[in-house]
Every structure is written in structure tokens, then in C-alpha cells.
Write a protein that binds this ligand. Sequence first.
Ligand SMILES: Nc1ncnc2c1ncn2[C@@H]1O[C@H](COP(=O)(O)OP(=O)(O)O)[C@@H](O)[C@H]1O
Ligand SMILES: [Mg+2]
Length: 399
Amino acid sequence: MKIKLGVIFGGVSVEHEISIISAVQAMNAVDKEKYDIVPIYIAKDRTWYTGKMLMDIDIYKDFEDLKKFATKVTMYKKDNSFYLQSMGLFKRIVEEVDVVFPIVHGANVEDGTIAGYLETIGVPYVGSRVLGAALGQDKVVMKQVFAACDLPIVPYTWFFDNEYLNDADKITKEIKKLGYPVIVKPATLGSSVGITVVKDEAALDDAIMDAITYDTKIVVEKMVDNLVEVNCSVLGDYEYQQTSVLEEVMSSDEFLTYKEKYLGGGKKTGASKGMASTSRVVPARISDKLTEEVKEIAKGAFKALNLSGICRIDFLIDKKENKVYINEPNTIPGSLAFYLWEPSGKKYSVLLDEAITLAIKDYKNRSKKTNSFDTNVLSNFSGVKGVKGLKGMKGGKLN
Ligand SMILES: Nc1ncnc2c1ncn2[C@@H]1O[C@H](COP(=O)(O)OP(=O)(O)O)[C@@H](O)[C@H]1O
Ligand SMILES: [Mg+2]
């Protein structure tokens, strides 16, 4: 029997459209002998839809007109199976799913929210769990974890918006210690939104005030000189990690954006999210030694953040100094980074199959762990009166 693979994509994110492209690419590449695909599209109004038509990219050009042909659904568990049930008056089971593959990008979806939802339902799913996904979205906490694991990061400082608004001088002094130029980023956004390169103190306030319009938490990093950007995809879980060949990102929107900002053009463009079409050189033109170093750090970062599935870890290299810094992980990268695995000798269908197999293995392992206890606590709890006599409680309050 084929495995029923629910592919979740879309969602309330600025990278909604990118997610549609990534998901349609993946659904086309999945081995149809082994898997039956159940597309699950989360529209911008948060409604969930299913229907085979959702595998066709053209549908999204007129989704508002065509959505009446898709079925609105919700996911639930019954006995040991997972179902998509239609909404409205006459509820019916529309599809069953065995495992779910979230292919979503950005805040509100990739940051652990979808993982948490699937975790609550109890359905097996591909990719990082709540902690890894959340760490992957927060540029400050991820750095704190990297530093604790002795992984190389650029010098940085961070603060909350209210701290800057209350005492800008104090924070400006901290930033001065990093040395200009610096780069100001909202901590949890992505897509280069709200990011500005700042050449000197005179331009700092504008950059911070701009970042504050997007996020409550701001990170300021020292700019890496002689910059070469390379990315490495990692496939695996906490026990085992495989790395792909490296790509050198040549003229992605991010890079151009940075250049434009750095040269004072101030033009703001959306990022490419590192999709298959971005201009790049594979493999990256760096020495074997540096390549090995990047791969080792990528595996270390993957483990440090508790990541699973297919990720892409991005690096900043000072080419003159041969110094490598981790920039950030992408826990669900654009195009699932398949274009890095094909030159590594892994077809896209095989990459997807391995990621799904890891998810099923992980689910089985976790199901063996104890996660509930037989307890008589509730049977002793009989309202306010009973509370008083309950062990471990005083005056009706839990100790
Ligand atoms: N410390 C840095 N030094 C030099 N360039 C940087 C630095 N941080 C970011 N950049 C440039 O800005 C781009 C976007 O920054 P990044 O932290 O990756 O944000 P996003 O989450 O929006 O992708 C990077 O791809 C890189 O080109
Ligand atoms: Mg980036």
C-alpha cells in the first residue's frame, strides 16, 4: 500500500508564494510509486484546502476564483489514523494521511508554529520539531546557542525596542564597540526585510527605527569584510547528518540588496530565499580545507539547534582572512535545497524519500518514550472541597 503523504504549504507569511513554488516542485518530484500525495494548502485567510488540483502551479494565479473547486478541511486524529475532514454542515472524511511534510517558509509557519500544531494533533511530520524550528527563526537566541557550543559567529549585540527607545545612547555605545560598518536586522524576520547596512553612527538611528517597525527584537552585527557567502544543506536528525556540496551565492537579491544599501542606494528588494533559480556557483570556489570546515560547522550547528529533515545552513566567509562564520540556518529552505543534493549524487525523489523515512523513524522512536503516567491525581480531585485534602496542595493551590 502507498504511504499517504500530506504536503502542507502556504500560510500567513510574507513567503507564502515562495512556499507554493517549493511545495509544487516537491510534490512533482515525490516518488509516486511509493507515495500518494495529499496537498494541504493554507490560504492567506488561514483556511485549509485540499484537492489534487492544488498540485498545479497555475491554480494559484486565480486562486480566489478557483477555490470553490478545492475542499475546505481540518485535520484530526481518530483511533490511530489522521484525517482531513470537510468543514460546514455535512462533515465527511475527505482524505487520510499517514505522514505530513510541511513545506512552509518564514515567521508564523516555519518558526515552530506548524510543528507545534502537528505535534498537538500527534501526526508524524517531516523536519525540525518545535524547538529547532523556533531557534532557527530567532537570530539572537540561535547565536547564543552557537556561542555556547563554540561555533563561530560574527561579533554582535542585541536589544529590545523599548530598551533603545528608553536609552538610545547606551545602545549606540555598545554598537560603537563592534566597529563600523555594521548591519542592523530585525531578529525574527527573514527575507532581508528591515535589514540595513550602516556605515557610520550618523546613519544608525534611521536603520534601527526602521528595524523596530518590523520586530521588537533587534540584532546588530559587525559587517564581514571580503565577503563570500556559501550555503550547505544538511539532511538528518540528532543521530546522523549528511552534508551536500556547497553553493556560493553570487548575485542573489540579498547580496544585491546589501550592495545597494552599502553603496547608499537604499533600494529594498525581497530576498530570493535561495531558490533553485538564484544565481550561484556549485560547488563554491573555496579551498577543500575551507569546504571541510564549513561542512563540519554545518553539522555542528544542525545538532546544536536540534534540527531535523532537510535544512540549509548559510555562512559568511572573510576570504582574505579565511575566516568562516555561521550566518543562519533555514530549517525549511527554498526548493528544499534540492539543487545542492543533485550535484551531490542524490536525486530529488531520493532526498524527499530519505527525509520522510527519517520522520517515520523519529515518530516510532518517540512513540516508545514514556510520555504519560497512570496517576490518580484527577480521581482525587473533586472540586474545591476535595482540593484541601489533596497531597502536594495547600489551600487549594498546587505547590
Ligand atoms: N554580518 C554580515 N556581514 C556581511 N554581510 C551580511 C552580514 N549579515 C548579513 N549579511 C548580508 O545580508 C543578507 C541577509 O542577511 P540574513 O542575516 O541572511 O537575513 P535574512 O534572514 O533576511 O536572510 C545576507 O545574505 C548577506 O548578504
Ligand atoms: Mg539569509
